[in-house]
Design a protein around this ligand. Sequence first.
Ligand SMILES: Cc1ncc(COP(=O)(O)O)c(C=O)c1O
Length: 353
Amino acid sequence: MYPLIEINIGKLKHNVNAIVKLCNGAGIKYIFGVTKVLAGNLKAMETVINSGITHIAESRIENLMLVQESSLPKLLLRLPMKSEVSNVVKYCDISLNSELETIKLLNKAAQDINRIHQIILMIDLGDLREGIWFENDYLSIVEEILKLENIELVGVGTNLTCYGSIIPTQANLGKLIEIKQQIEYQFKIKLEIISGGNSSSLHLITRKELPKEINNLRIGEAFYLGRETAYEEDLSSCYQDVFTLKAEIIELQTKPSYPFGERGVDAFGQKVEYEDIGIIKRAIVAIGKQDVYHTNIWPVDNNVKILGSSSDHLILNVTDTDYKLGDVISFRMGYGGLLQLMTSQYVKKTYIK
Ligand SMILES: Cc1ncc(COP(=O)(O)O)c(C=O)c1O
């Protein structure tokens, strides 16, 4: 049954092992394995969990609920919603936080079930997503956090290359280290974790430039696509083809390349420009924007070109190929594509060893 995404479990395991080894070699003691792109797929999650990571990191509590029996600590990656604090303290050991109001609610929820909830305080070093702005008064917030009996501040962290496209460097991570040291000095405490980012920090390891004080990274994309994400360079020790999308041809006909008639907008309300390259062999494969945006995938066969898609149809130029009706076309994908495909209930998940 198509469409399907084939997950090569052996290659996934290899990638996680290889990155854990790379990180350990650079002094990274805690490796948070980010599984959110797997959209709760247990077989793939368990592969990651059993390949050397120290913590399971997820942005959705629902997915952490699925792996409660694992002995690894569980971390909530997205800042908690005020409305979910009781589930956060119940199902997660640690969460990333930047809002004192939410942290106070976590404290209360943890008190209610007699638990200590650990937090990592997020500092925004310039990427402009979550975190207290590095020039703002984080010390007074720490002072308040330290008064909370059921909250343990275990570290500071930052997230980069997500919204503002900012690349981790010795300079910006150096600020995080200074902030950690300042907090320790001011309050005479020890912070165990300095969380220096995601797969975009791996380039600092391969260039031997990661500051030695950084002892944690939160890794997702590099496990799945085998590359760091600052410069999108492949990691030589990893596979880039862990996932393959396969979809079936449901129409194969020779037609013009340029639409015929008065033009309005496409199925998604867009005015599209079309290239007139004459008469071509066109294939429609049974997958569409409801599963994945066509800009997030690319055919494995270089002779196949993506022309466009609507909600259930992906249209290809297959002029230079011998495909027949019912044949299956394979695709690779970027992170956005993988996220959509894993999340789509219409895309079957299959496994190879
Ligand atoms: C806070 C945070 N840390 C780490 C990650 C992992 O990022 P990447 O998949 O680039 O390694 C993400 C995104 O999934 C995130 O939101």
